[in-house]
Design a protein around this ligand. Structure first.
Ligand SMILES: *[C@@H]1O[C@H](CO)[C@@H](O)[C@H](O)[C@H]1NC(C)=O
Ligand SMILES: *[C@@H]1O[C@H](CO)[C@@H](O)[C@H](O)[C@H]1NC(C)=O
Length: 353
């Protein structure tokens, strides 16, 4: 039934493909102790590996092979992680602490290096940003090779760092040359993972009869996707609220969009459907707004199985109703690990990410 209502259109016409490599650095100063730091490498939401001052980890076999084939990449990370970065962050934290006249203690320093690569145009777009104690701090202006202070606190540090010309040139080389190069190499080695396209399972959920109807897509990859409601075949934004794209534990993504149906007549429901569209491909998943496909916890026994229960009652076989209810429960359970949080409490779902 549900399968019939979901139309899977599989046409492999690929549209614009943008990939992004993020390098996350996090360092924390311990009172009277060395700075601890970690570097995490991520492409399009897939964590490739990480390192700290003594260990370099790769999460995929192709990542290991790549580091083996490209010794200069391997060397870059081992030298950076094992020797340079621990001292670098130690020095940066203490200098920022002085610039901002803060006492010693625990401070957190973050840096994100990012490069986007557009496979259609070959265009590269890179950035570098520092954060201090959880606040945006400085951002690199790659054209002017200067720093942009993102908080008043950063003004002095901006002046200090702009005298470090060698460092600025190192960043420029890293962002405009190394980062996109490693991204392209990784896309080649890791194509089975990084170039995969997975369509999600899409379902309609409703907490109570007066709640909006949530269209929930989970299990898709890559994350550039569009989920929207249509009325008479046209995208509609009326009474619609969009959610963010969130990561799942297995490397796929989920998102949702709510349709407030309180002012929509039940006869008009058939004019609506929810569409999932993966932006890297023309693949679509469409689910029609229909009471029979909405999953809900509210009054589940009579709402989901109402027609069946009526028939069963004619034959006076209550025992069969219990059996059907059990089957529905088991069927539901299969999807519950994904939808449980949404069906019960949306705030707990947010907390789990
Ligand atoms: C620094 O921390 C490490 C463990 O994180 C500990 O073994 C060491 O004793 C500490 N050193 C000082 C001077 O506190
Ligand atoms: C849905 O729309 C009605 C008015 O049409 C409004 O009163 C209600 O608050 C809305 N519900 C949500 C959850 O936004």
């Amino acid at each position: 039934m549900i399968r019939l209502l979901c139309l899977l259109l599989l046409c492999n016409i690929f549209l614009a493909e943008i990939h992004v490599l993020n390098i996350y650095y996090t360092a924390s100063s311990k009172a009277k102790n060395n700075t601890e730091f970690e570097l995490v490498l991520d492409i399009d939401g897939n964590v490739l590996g990480s390192c700290d001052h003594e260990i370099l980890k790769t999460n995929y076999d192709w990542g290991k092979k790549m580091l083996n084939d490209y010794r200069e990449v391997h060397e870059f990370y081992t030298v950076q992680c094992f020797q340079i970065l621990p001292r670098f962050f130690d020095y940066k934290i203490s200098s920022v602490r002085k610039d901002t006249s803060q006492p010693e203690g625990v401070h957190i320093f973050q840096r994100i290096d990012r490069c986007n690569f557009d496979e259609d145009t070959g265009e590269v777009d890179s950035s570098m940003r520092f954060g201090y104690d959880g606040e945006d701090f400085l951002e690199l202006d790659l054209d002017k090779l200067s720093w942009v202070a993102l908080s008043p606190q950063a003004a002095q540090t901006k002046r200090t760092w702009e005298t470090e010309i060698v460092e600025l040139h190192f960043y420029k080389e890293l962002l405009t040359y190394k980062c996109p190069l490693w991204l392209k190499i990784s896309l080649d080695y890791g194509k089975s993972v990084l170039r995969r396209t997975d369509l999600p399972s899409v379902s309609l959920l409703q907490k109570t009869p007066s709640s909006p109807i949530r269209c929930h897509a989970t299990g898709f990859y890559p994350y550039r996707a569009h989920l929207f409601w249509r009325k008479d075949g046209q995208e509609t934004h009326e009474d619609v609220e969009h959610g963010d794209i969130l990561p799942n534990d297995d490397g796929s993504f989920q998102m949702m969009t709510d349709l407030n149906v309180s002012s929509i007549n039940i006869e008009d429901w058939r004019r609506f459907d929810c569409v999932f569209h993966l932006s890297s491909a023309a693949d679509k998943v469409i689910i029609k707004l229909d009471k029979s496909v909405i999953k809900t916890n509210y009054g589940r026994a009579h709402q989901k199985t109402a027609p069946i229960v009526a028939t069963v009652l004619v034959f006076g076989a209550v025992a069969i109703a219990v059996g059907i209810f059990a089957v529905c429960k088991i069927k539901k359970k299969r999807t519950d690990h994904r939808t449980f949080g949404i069906l019960t409490n949306s705030s707990s779902q947010e907390a789990s990410f």
